[in-house]
Design a protein. Structure first.
Length: 369
């Protein structure tokens, strides 16, 4: 007998799960109030880094590597094969731990001269640079839409509506009520208000900036990069949008999902200063674009993949993904299928409870600027 599920939310996590379950033969109803990949989601920017380095965390290194395979299976054009470079400011920091784990798992990595990767780079403050040559740059918005569309092609029903929980049911703004064997709420930052009684999420304002550069800075010839101890990340010019710089300090809290998304002048100055320091030839490069995202962060910045404690495994929460959901989404959905079906227990680190501690291990910010 076919199992049925309602998945609420068509960001990367919800679309990954709807796609996975539909292709496995589940009866899937996929609910989204806007459209897959819309600009107000946490997955609303055009691009993301896909890399396996996660310090000494082997679980997430394996899962990210698997997700990269699944993105390429979905559509090879979604991933630009640029690689990702890690600027290590310490000999024994996050990057060295990542290097050990990647080597143990057989994931390609090597220490390189950054001058061979970038048209202009200042490495005076670096202990070494670690390159993941098989990592890449994901066309994120296109990826979410491709997942959601493949789910429909596999039999999922897409419903455009605002949804709210009513016990084990989903109530839509037009009065319809959806019921299924399972309900999964994967609605990003909106989960903070819907499930405040069981779920702790910080919703923050985060900025990314795009700067004009000449053709030497085009991806995939120029890789993505992460400066963990410098709390910054970025990539070469992907699809002509400009060189991307993201200050990864934790932004201010967001009180309303309807807030206007205006970039912070202070963080623009931070991005410009970092660009001038790390890539001297781009000092004074013009700002050609920007984006405001909203992160939904758990206390330990790990995902929430957990049954709601009140409904005996019929209602699940899937979230806490901003900042790293694209690196794991399709692989997390692959694992979650068995958790929902009850054939395996979910990873304890993703469940609800007081075991979560505050750290920043999964983000690209090892310190505050």
């Amino acid at each position: 007998m076919t199992s049925s599920v309602v998945v609420v939310g068509a960001g990367v996590l919800g679309s990954s799960l709807a796609d996975r379950l539909a292709r496995s033969g589940w009866g899937v109803t996929h609910v989204e109030q806007f459209s897959p990949g819309h600009v107000r989601s946490g997955s609303g920017d055009e691009s993301r880094l896909i890399r396996s380095s996660h310090g000494d965390d082997e679980l997430h290194a394996r899962m990210s590597r698997r997700a990269l395979e699944l993105w390429r299976e979905l559509d090879p054009r979604l991933v630009s094969p640029a690689g990702v470079a890690w600027f290590a400011r310490r000999a024994d920091g996050w990057e060295a731990a990542s290097e050990r784990v990647l080597t143990r798992l057989g994931i390609p990595n090597e220490r390189v001269d950054p001058a061979a990767l970038f048209p202009s780079v200042n490495a005076d403050d670096l202990a070494f640079t670690l390159l993941e040559p098989e990592a890449g740059l994901l066309r994120a918005r296109e990826g979410v839409r491709a997942l959601a569309d493949r789910a429909v092609a596999a039999g999922a029903q897409r419903v455009t509506a605002v949804a709210r929980p009513d016990g084990e049911r989903v109530v839509l703004d037009d009065g319809r009520v959806l019921e299924a064997d399972h309900v999964v709420w994967a609605c990003g930052a909106w989960m903070a208000a819907l499930f405040a009684d069981v779920l702790e999420l910080r919703i923050t304002h985060q900025d990314v900036f795009y700067f004009g550069a000449d053709g030497r800075w085009a991806a995939p010839d120029v890789p993505g990069w992460v400066d963990f101890d410098g709390a910054a990340y970025g990539m070469g010019d992907l699809d002509g949008r400009g060189v991307k710089v993201g200050p990864d300090v934790e932004g201010p809290g967001v009180a309303s999902m309807s807030a206007e998304r205006r970039n912070s002048p202070e963080l623009e100055r931070v991005a410009r200063a970092y660009l001038a320091h790390r890539f001297p030839a781009l000092a004074g490069a013009p700002l050609v674009g920007s984006r405001v995202c909203q992160y939904e962060l758990t206390p330990d910045e790990r995902f929430v993949v957990s049954p709601h404690p009140a409904y005996g495994g019929r209602v699940w929460l899937l979230g806490g993904g901003s900042g790293h959901a694209f690196k794991h989404g399709p692989a997390l959905a692959e694992r979650m299928e068995s958790w929902i079906a009850g054939s395996e227990a979910p990873e304890a680190c993703f469940t609800l409870g007081d075991h979560r501690r505050h750290d920043v291990q999964l983000r690209t910010a090892g310190t505050k600027l």
